[in-house]
Design a protein around this ligand. Structure first.
Ligand SMILES: Cc1cc2nc3c(=O)[nH]c(=O)nc-3n(C[C@H](O)[C@H](O)[C@H](O)COP(=O)(O)OP(=O)(O)OC[C@H]3O[C@@H](n4cnc5c(N)ncnc54)[C@H](O)[C@@H]3O)c2cc1C
Length: 344
């Protein structure tokens, strides 16, 4: 294990904000895990590549950073099984699989971040989710000091949600994921943007299309700091939707199970007049209102203030509360957005 004191995390978060943690412990091997329970004496945060994390203060808590590597492929008659270390980069995994003739992840190309974080919010894009291929997750439990196997069902995957955000939050660390890909592959071209491709497109062609669509829509965090979609798309009851639709007949919606429907948070923000809004070096992206960007601030609190303004303007116009997808981290660990802005 590698440990550093007073470590600056500016290069470890895609919002490029400056924050310093008292200690960072970098896990390189499974043997490092046993040392963790005694090292975690204070508030802490598990950090992957920081592409869904906003450090909101100049101080961060103790950081645990899993960097366990390895992509191992096993083959049976009808499927490929791939075991991946939590510290691998997600997009690198997608490319590695496709170049080795293992298909399925093409729609999930170019999502930033680590493999270990993928189950946490059940990453998804273009009609495909991590959960679609996950067989199980290997999770190190702090309390028992043991590695546990959580099946796909145990992980309770939902839209941008899983057990790791809820019951198992901060009780352990994802160290490996195991995914299975049927050899009989079917293209998933149902999602808008991919439906222009020919039925017989190859997985590589689909990946290339996904990459070009994403590059056209989303700012590259290496050029303009951001954490992708800042807010979750709100899911509301059909009844509430019908009444909204009377005032806003063009409101886009995507019907869900249990008589609910999903709205596009980006559309709500745009209609609230905030697309391209900019203040104190941060702003709402010019092309994609769901993305908050950091032009030149070093302070996470500037982004929190902007997010609060966006939330409040959307609520004033639609009476819908949009909530952040991005995780907010203070010196005392992760904090709920509502609590964070209450104390402002
Ligand atoms: C430009 C851009 C586009 C994006 N597009 C998408 C998209 O299309 N779909 C999508 O779903 N997301 C998207 N995201 C969000 C982001 O890519 C994902 O949330 C990704 O999984 C974050 O990975 P990370 O390693 O950076 O996680 P971090 O931000 O470091 O951590 C995220 C959460 O996971 C926890 N965590 C991280 N590693 C572990 C571990 N090993 N064990 C336990 N907990 C852990 C952290 O504590 C934290 O709660 C986008 C982000 C950006 C910047």
């Amino acid at each position: 294990m590698e440990s550093n004191q007073q470590f600056c995390l500016q290069k470890n978060n895609s919002f490029n904000v400056r924050t310093i943690c008292p200690t960072i412990h970098i896990l390189n091997t499974k043997d490092d895990l046993a040392k963790l329970p005694e090292l975690i004496t204070d508030n802490f945060y598990i950090l992957g590549e920081g592409s869904n994390t906003l450090f909101v203060e100049e101080r961060a808590p103790l950081i645990i950073k899993p960097e366990l590597k390895g992509i191992d492929v096993f083959e049976s008659q009808d499927k490929h099984v791939v075991k991946i270390g939590a510290g691998e980069n997600w997009h690198n995994l997608v490319e590695t699989c496709l170049t080795r003739g293992i298909y399925g992840l093409e729609n999930l190309a170019l999502i930033p971040g680590s493999v270990g974080a993928a189950p946490v919010q059940n990453i998804g894009a273009y009609g495909v989710e991590f959960a679609d291929f996950c067989t199980y997750v290997l999770w190190y439990d702090f309390a028992s000091n043991q590695i546990k196997t959580l099946t796909n069902q145990d992980c309770r995957f939902r839209y941008r949600d899983s057990i790791f955000k809820n019951e198992l939050y901060n009780k352990g660390i994802i160290i490996e994921v195991v995914m299975a890909f049927p050899k009989k592959w079917h293209a998933n071209l149902s999602y808008a943007g991919l439906d222009v491709l020919a039925e017989d497109s190859s997985p590589i062609q689909i990946m290339e299309k996904v990459i070009s669509l994403r590059q056209a829509k989303l700012p590259d965090p290496n050029i303009l700091a951001n954490a992708g979609s800042f807010f979750k798309n709100p899911v509301i009851s059909m009844q509430q939707f019908k009444s909204l639709q009377k005032t806003f007949p063009d409101i886009p919606h995507y019907p869900q199970a249990e008589n609910q429907t999903k709205l596009a948070a980006g559309w709500l923000i745009e209609q609230a007049g905030l697309k391209g809004y900019r203040e104190r070096g941060v702003g709402v992206h010019q092309q994609q209102a769901l993305v908050l960007v950091n032009y030149e601030s070093t302070k996470g609190s500037d982004i929190v203030d902007l997010a609060a303004l966006v939330q409040q303007r959307v609520f004033s116009k639609f009476a819908i509360s949009i909530t952040p997808e991005v995780r907010m981290v203070t010196a005392n660990g992760e904090q709920d957005f509502a609590q964070l802005i209450k104390h402002k």
